[in-house]
Ligand binder design. Sequence first.
Ligand code: MIG
Length: 689
Amino acid sequence: MIRKYIFGEPIDTEAVTAKIPAERWETSGKYLKETAAEEGHAFTCELGEDDRLYGLGENVRGINKRGWIYESNCIDDPGHTESKRGLYGAHNFLIVDGKQRFGIFADAAQKVTFDCGYTKRNQLTVTVTEGGFVLYLLENESLRGLVKEFRAMIGRSYIPPKWAFGYGQSRWGYKCADDIRYVVKQHRENQIPLDSVYMDIDYMERFKDFTVNEERYPDFPSFVEEMKEEHIHLVPIIDAGVKVEEGYPVYEEGVRNGYFCQNADGTNFVGGVWPGRVHFPDVLNPAAREWFGGWYRVLLDAGIEGFWNDMNEPSIFYSEEYVKKILEKHMPFRTDNADTQMRKFFELKDLALGLSNRQADYRLFYHQCHGQRVRHDKVHNLYGCNMTRAAGEAFERFSPEKRILLFSRSSYIGMHRYGGIWMGDNSSWWSHILLNLQMLPSLNMCGFLYTGADLGGFGADTTEDLMLRWLELGIFTPLMRNHSAVGTREQEFYRFGDTDSFRRIIGLRYALLPYLYSEFMKAVLEDDMMFLPLAFVYPEDTFASQVEDQLMVGSGLMIAPVYQQNAGGRYVYLPEDMKLYRMRGKDSFETESLPAGHHYVKAALDEVLIFLRPDHLVPLSEGGNFTEEVTTSHLRLLHYVKTAALYELYDDDGFSRDVTLAGHLTRITVDADGSICTAGASEPECELI
Ligand code: MIG
């Protein structure tokens, strides 16, 4: 059951694809009560002592969002600490689960706040700042049902090509073709599977979008081809800002056609980002969006099949206007000694520190949006979404048959139809393994299925044990990429002593690929989640609803990765009897049957724990050095059969856009006596292990 209420004159975010008739809002509805707000609209709901809150996509803190205040206001902030109220995305879908169970979607282009029991422990307050918006209330008998209902309303999630489920190596710092060749060579020589290498901003000519530095990459198309022969896909980054430079066609076309965001006086707004002075393409204007998307063609024509969109909050290092202001305010300090007036010193310091991503800068420029001129802050949360949509729509035009890999840093719900997201600039901290785990189900609720974090951590120096432990979660995430920042310790697997463990863990991912791809695709095609909190699968179990560090992955298995330094294991809660496969790679493992309840489970540094539910199967392939080598012709089944188990394996060619479950499923059944039966799209040879 979905109810829709319109407030004021909303800007159409295009998040919702379903046609839902609007109803008249009663200020004191069944679930939410409208209360006085300083600005905009506020809605509250009383929370019972044990009520839980789920959703909000990309955010800090737990799976249960209760106890903190979150703000949807996309920002480039590399400090993913508990004190933050928001990150790069705006994912305004929240579920209340307790005395009453319902979902809220605040479909608003402007800032929205979710006070989840922060001001008053027993009160939820959702505040939408000034401007029109649409409020949706959803009800359903189950948590999973609520998510499915929401997902059906926002449209099918993005599907990447199958190779994008392979391992990707990245680093902000690879400078030229030879750097990349070296990365590939090391992986192949060490037999660490690899499918892609990412190209960060240094591939461009002075950070100009859709250019390739010819000194660093002479004859780029033939380099792309050379990599393809090695079964490696290169994935370049695209930044939101377009360099201001005479003679640069992207700049000149944008200026000529009025496709950039403008100041109040109609001149083009200038921000400072990596290329120096930039204009921001007005991707909210459909004509500009089509034009900007069109430029991706340059790289597609060079053979590129995947992209990551960055800096699209948009991140603004500085605006020219504010720099002028700061310089003026600095003047007195030339003669005035702050020594006696510390207040002045702090003023000076704050001026400089407040240079980037200022809220005030977002009020300086305008978009052409649905025939109206709209100030940026009123549609701020739609920018990254529409930059990625620009690319996604272009790929539908240029590559109607074949999927193109696309993921973005900033996002709004609705973007999940065009691309995935990565979780941004995390750090090489143990706590960020847990954060990675906790974001997964929250993102799935909001439609983002193709996602993952920078494995090993982006900022700060990683360590070998952190990297291994992180991978033991990372091998389950659709996007599996090792990425790190310039200046940090190098973290390619061959930089560490124990290459063998890395090879085995990544090898296990490739063996798990048929299962993971199958679960991903079923989740996409059935508007379902791939990563579920235990509470969603065992709603009657009061312990399960409190578990914040374990997840169900698809239908059959549960993961409980170790995320503490020097831990030789961890406590795990089993809501039902499970069979543990303690995997040392794909070929070597031990099993153990564990009864429902609490357990301390040992896990050596190189072991991946897979918990199997009763009457479930997980197929393992023979693996491969790259995804194309992985086949489903011979499957080894992880199994826990009490009465009978069924697995529905989905598979396809890995690139066609137009896919359905029908015609792609193989049913694998195992009886209590161990007999195996297969029927459907393929005829894999199966064995129990
Ligand atoms: O200001 O392109 O999140 O993945 O390596 C930093 C350089 C810009 C931020 C991205 C990160 C990327 C980095 N970018």
